[in-house]
Write a protein that binds this ligand. Structure first.
Ligand SMILES: *Cc1c(COP(=O)(O)O)cnc(C)c1O
Length: 394
């Protein structure tokens, strides 16, 4: 068989199902107003929730970090690549989000994907069971598979179903894992109930706060701070390429747990440390996030969220009840979703279509992602384009 032909058949199938994805090329920095594929657009696609991805203080820190530490780290963290910038950032992150633990320590990773592989594999093994929310992020799913633990998937946010699975389990090690803010629906996990279950059943609770860090809680300290939760069972994952506007991620937990990660987490050990300049820029980002400017940006984002909820309800489609920066509008079929996406595109608006397998079949949606960089005028443009598309398809 011709190998290329079989791959081409696969691609043709994706085309036929409206599932082929297309890369777009940004010619400018990530912001509300961008040049993409040579056109000026308003972007509602990024995870740059606080509008920090092109912030002058972060850009300057990136340059300063490169001047001081060079362009590359030169090695893995355990073999020469661990810089003062990484170490300092880890201390800052632990004090920023670590109030849930008596002795918090943070460990910096190159990406959230790799942090999640570590969180799923380092504490588990063949004798463990991982209890995973049905809508968890792909990186958690992949990490769970890599761990060789048994995997129990509980219905989305259903703590009664999870309790029943935990009751029935005789695994020696149990680990519950959940997104905090679910990335395709924007809803928030029942974190207090999950902490209670973890404590009752002697389980770890890994929370992936990719969409909450920097946005939720006092000073943007994240979903655990927002809910004022404390427990030695908690393992917190935050990512630094979304609200923080740079790149990378971290795991924060009790210092003993983190020391174990340093010894055992393969996605920490067997990879080159991210450039120290990245860590240096994240330190600058933390100052903005935790300061008055961060508060002002979060307040503006909250107002954008309120207005977007109202404008999405006025369309003929079905908004998901979300109070976060992720505001999905469920259209239904892939074709209809792509048609609305194209209609918005014609108005110079980039609102991405989310299709299976990212979301269940028949629930394809537009995912309006808000940023503090958006103005109310940008929202008015979105509203006008949605009204036009809504009428055109009625
Ligand atoms: C984006 C994301 C990740 C991955 O983080 P990266 O730093 O982009 O690799 C993990 N979990 C969730 C829920 C995410 O949305």
């Amino acid at each position: 068989m011709n190998l290329l032909e079989s791959v081409q058949r696969g691609l043709a199938e994706l085309d036929a199902q409206g599932l082929r994805r297309r890369l777009r090329v940004a010619d400018s920095a990530c912001s509300a107003h961008m040049t993409v594929d040579g056109r000026d657009i308003i972007g509602f696609a990024s995870n740059d929730y606080l509008g920090l991805a092109a912030h002058p203080a972060l850009v300057a820190a990136f340059g300063e970090g490169a001047e001081r530490y060079g362009s590359g780290s030169g090695g893995s963290h355990l073999l020469g690549g661990h810089s003062r910038a990484h170490a300092k950032l880890e201390d800052e992150l632990a004090s920023f989000v670590g109030a849930f633990s008596d002795a918090p320590r943070a460990l910096f990773f190159s990406t959230g994907y790799m942090a999640n592989l570590a969180a799923m594999t380092a504490l588990t093994g063949k004798d463990a069971t991982i209890f995973s929310d049905a809508l968890n992020h792909a990186s958690l799913i992949d990490g769970a598979r890599l761990s060789r633990a048994k995997i129990e998937i509980y219905p989305h946010a259903d703590t009664a179903a999870l309790a029943a699975l935990l009751d029935a389990s005789d695994a020696t090690t149990k680990l519950i894992v959940t997104d905090t803010v679910f990335s395709m629906d924007g809803d928030i996990a029942p974190l207090a109930a999950l902490v209670a279950l973890a404590e009752r059943h002697g389980a770890w609770l890994v929370v992936d706060d990719a969409h909450g860090f920097g946005v939720l809680g006092p000073q943007g300290r994240g979903a655990l701070a927002a809910a004022a939760l404390r427990s030695p069972h908690l393992v917190y994952v935050g990512t630094l390429g979304k609200a923080a506007g740079v790149a990378g991620a971290f795991v924060c937990a009790h210092e003993t747990v983190i020391e174990w990660f340093v010894q055992r987490a393969r996605s920490y050990i067997f990879t080159t440390a991210a450039p120290p300049a990245v860590a240096h820029a994240v330190s600058a980002s933390l100052k903005v996030i935790g300061g008055d400017e961060g508060d002002a940006r979060r307040a503006h984002l909250a107002e954008l969220i309120t207005r977007t909820r109202a404008l999405l309800r006025a369309t003929r489609w079905t908004p998901v009840d979300s109070h976060t920066a992720v505001q999905p509008l469920v259209i239904g079929s892939n074709e209809a979703t792509l048609a609305v996406m194209d209609a918005l595109d014609a108005h110079g608006l980039w609102v991405p279509a989310i299709r299976p397998p990212t979301v269940p079949a028949g629930t394809s949606r537009l995912r309006v992602s808000l940023s503090a960089a958006h103005s109310f005028d940008d929202l008015a443009r979105l509203e006008a384009a949605l009204v036009a598309a809504s009428e055109a398809s009625a």
